[in-house]
Design a protein around this ligand. Structure first.
Ligand SMILES: Cc1cc2nc3c(=O)[nH]c(=O)nc-3n(C[C@H](O)[C@H](O)[C@H](O)COP(=O)(O)OP(=O)(O)OC[C@H]3O[C@@H](n4cnc5c(N)ncnc54)[C@H](O)[C@@H]3O)c2cc1C
Length: 390
């Protein structure tokens, strides 16, 4: 298969879909992207991107833009949510560059999305907005696609990057809905009067809760995420109210003053119910024939390893690299799925485990604190992850 002759449709224009469109078009593939929204507008808050991800953005020529909009924390601090005591620290900054050859960055989702969008537009990829994929039929020449708005497309390859509630998954016979994790994420941004582009990533750990904050927008704002256990709110679609700050403090229970002050500085909270899927168990769950899944469509995960978008970007790079090999589209997809599924499964599983460790109670909490204090960076670093795909 000549990747350049392969007409590819990417379904979904989130971080994963744009990354796929960019990686494939840079390789010379003829790509079209369809997105259900009528405009590209990322909601959400900050995300962390480890060296495994910034290395790829660098390879795509995006480092200068990344340096302009991201923040680059020098250290990750773990602290006790109640006492405020430091539990452990992992140097990031120069250490990440030295060990992993790329920086550890924190960025607002909208900034990363914009950066990818501009790069995709510069590649001349047609972006078809207001097109919601509804039908995928696998046929002799690839896939026949149809959108709710009546657009019909033929393609040799469909890249399903349509997120948590992916429609593309059905083409692989995957019909199970995602599951609610039992965890809720409250997210907010605190504007900073004095920019702090190198402020730490701080993880406050408490019983059945944790809070993470880090700088974004080149240090002009602090992104704050508080995770608590709870029920899926019935009014989630409408949930965007300052008044619900009281719910958060109630769910957190007793917390120390330094953490309380940071949380009280958040002018407005937004709420996310966290859903995921069980870790992948087979390559066929990532792609088969003319259909490849990518990002949350394939492997939505809890955000406790800060790698959901990161894995979508790694998927995109792997998909483009696999396309450079010999054989038909189906062989390309097979190589991609084989290369990616175990790493994604490992990250999904580690994210679940991290949640248990962050929220630990009793003896497990005691053991965690001891290990962090004694071993520090050795238990907090994740070399197999940050070193990138092998
Ligand atoms: C609280 C929280 C914190 C997080 N922190 C981090 C972090 O620190 N680091 C990190 O790497 N990740 C983090 N993540 C995860 C990350 O945000 C996601 O994994 C990532 O954004 C997934 O990108 P995606 O492109 O696969 O899916 P999405 O962003 O969901 O994009 C899917 C796109 O497809 C479109 N679409 C859907 N259905 C259709 C259809 N039928 N037809 C056409 N278009 C369609 C949607 O409109 C959307 O634009 C976090 C997530 C949460 C909730």
């Amino acid at each position: 298969m000549d990747i350049q002759a392969c007409e590819t449709v990417v379904a979904g224009g989130g971080i994963g879909g744009l990354a796929a469109a960019l990686a494939l078009s840079r390789q010379g593939a003829a790509v079209r992207l369809i997105e259900q929204a009528s405009a590209f507008a990322e909601v959400g808050a900050g995300i962390q991107i480890g060296p495994n991800v910034t290395r790829i953005l660098r390879a795509w020529g995006l480092e200068t833009d990344l340096r302009r909009v991201a923040a680059f924390p020098q250290v990750l601090l773990a602290r006790d949510a109640r006492s405020g005591r430091e539990l452990g620290r992992l140097p990031l900054g120069e250490r990440a560059e030295r060990l992993y050859g790329a920086p550890y960055a924190c960025i607002h989702r909208a900034d990363l999305h914009q950066l990818l969008l501009q790069a995709v537009q510069a590649q001349g990829v047609p972006l078809l907005l207001n097109q919601r994929l509804t039908d995928v039929d696998v046929c002799e020449t690839g896939v026949a696609l149809r959108t709710e708005q009546g657009l019909a497309l033929q393609a040799a390859l469909l890249v399903g990057a349509d997120g948590l509630w992916s429609h593309s998954r059905a083409a692989l016979g995957l019909h199970e809905p995602p599951r609610f994790s039992g965890h809720l994420a409250y997210r907010g941004l605190v504007p900073l009067q004095t920019p702090q582009p190198q402020a730490p990533v701080t993880v406050w750990m408490g019983e059945r809760l944790h809070v993470v904050h880090y700088p974004v927008q080149a240090g002009h704002a602090l992104n704050v995420v508080a995770i608590v256990h709870g029920q899926m709110p019935a009014d989630l679609q409408d949930w965007d109210h300052t008044a619900h700050t009281a719910h958060l403090f109630q769910a957190l229970g007793p917390i120390g003053r330094p953490l309380r002050q940071t949380l009280e500085a958040v002018p407005q909270w937004r709420l996310w119910a966290l859903n995921d899927r069980t870790p992948l168990t087979a390559a066929a769950q990532m792609g088969r024939g003319p259909v490849a899944l990518l990002g949350d469509a394939a492997h939505p995960m809890r955000p406790y390893l800060a790698q959901g978008a990161g894995m979508a970007i790694e998927d995109a790079q792997a998909l483009a690299q696999c396309g450079a090999g010999p054989g038909a589209v189906a062989e390309w997809v097979e190589r991609y799925a084989a290369l990616r599924w175990q790493r994604n499964a490992q990250v999904q599983a580690r994210a679940i485990r991290n949640g248990r460790i962050f929220h630990a109670q009793g003896p497990i909490r005691w053991g965690r604190n001891l290990a962090m204090g004694v071993l520090g960076a050795r238990v907090m670093d994740v070399p197999w992850l940050y070193a990138g795909m092998q």
